[in-house]
Design a protein around this ligand. Structure first.
Ligand code: C5P
Length: 226
């Protein structure tokens, strides 16, 4: 399907996908697809425009024509994200936005509408694709598929720290229940549920440092893409 190398990194919220994907992409000089951001953007725009979650045709049209721009912020690793010209970089990162994303993400026509956009993300060097269904649906022939997990407690702690570092205040107990709700919805939905691809390598990162996970993925990449 894709004639450029792809590493897919899937897993539940707080498993470290985003952090690991960014480091690996930078190391390899590849692009990174943060597919979760697309679902967060759709949810954000849908709420802004008052589109009903029952209106699947309108939702899919909105997702297909999503007016988004990613821009490297000066002096930072972070990509600034503009939706219809509005800077939503921080706005889409809250847990509320994550939960709203998981509701639109369960709607099959929305997923279909985002498929080509995700596959067209990079054809230049290589791609590290971060999400829930990168290995199962979007890039089924990827050369290396990783599925990251971690205990629910550890994932909540990581998300808590991540949100705090971004200046987003949220209580740990509230986060634990929000993450559990979101994971249940993502795993139990009919449309591309969160699950490892049959040929994915599963890594439980509960007791691993970021460096250890990066090293493990780098070694696997060297073995696979030799
Ligand atoms: O990864 P992130 O937390 O930004 O994803 C937000 C939500 O988007 C997830 O909870 C999930 O419902 C949805 N998502 C998805 N498929 C992807 C990436 C994200 O359904 N490939």
């Amino acid at each position: 399907m894709s004639d450029f190398p792809v590493i897919t990194i899937d897993g539940p919220s707080g498993s470290g996908k985003g952090t690991i994907s960014l480091i690996i992409a930078n190391k390899l000089g590849w692009d990174m697809l943060d597919s979760g951001a697309l679902y967060r953007l759709v949810a954000f725009g849908v709420e802004k425009h008052g589109i009903s979650l029952q209106d699947e045709t309108k939702l899919a049209d909105y997702a297909r024509t999503l007016d988004v721009r990613f821009e490297q912020a000066k002096g930072s690793d972070e990509l600034a994200i503009y939706l219809e010209g509005e800077d939503v970089t921080r706005g889409i990162r809250t847990e509320k936005a994550g939960n709203a994303a998981s509701k639109v993400a369960a709607i099959q026509p929305v997923r279909d509408a985002l498929l080509d956009r995700q596959r067209a993300f990079s054809q230049a060097t290589g791609l590290v694709a971060d999400g829930r269904d990168m290995g199962t649906t979007v890039f089924p022939s990827a050369g290396l598929k990783i599925f990251l997990t971690a205990s629910a407690e550890e994932r909540a702690k990581r998300r808590h720290k991540q949100l705090k570092d971004k200046g987003i205040d949220v209580s740990l107990p509230a986060l634990v229940s929000e993450i559990a709700e979101r994971d249940a919805r993502d795993s139990q939905r009919a449309a591309s549920p969160l699950k490892p691809a049959a040929d994915a390598i599963e890594l439980d990162t509960s007791d691993m440092t970021i460096d250890e996970v990066v090293e493990r993925v780098t070694t696997l990449h060297q073995e696979r893409f030799k």
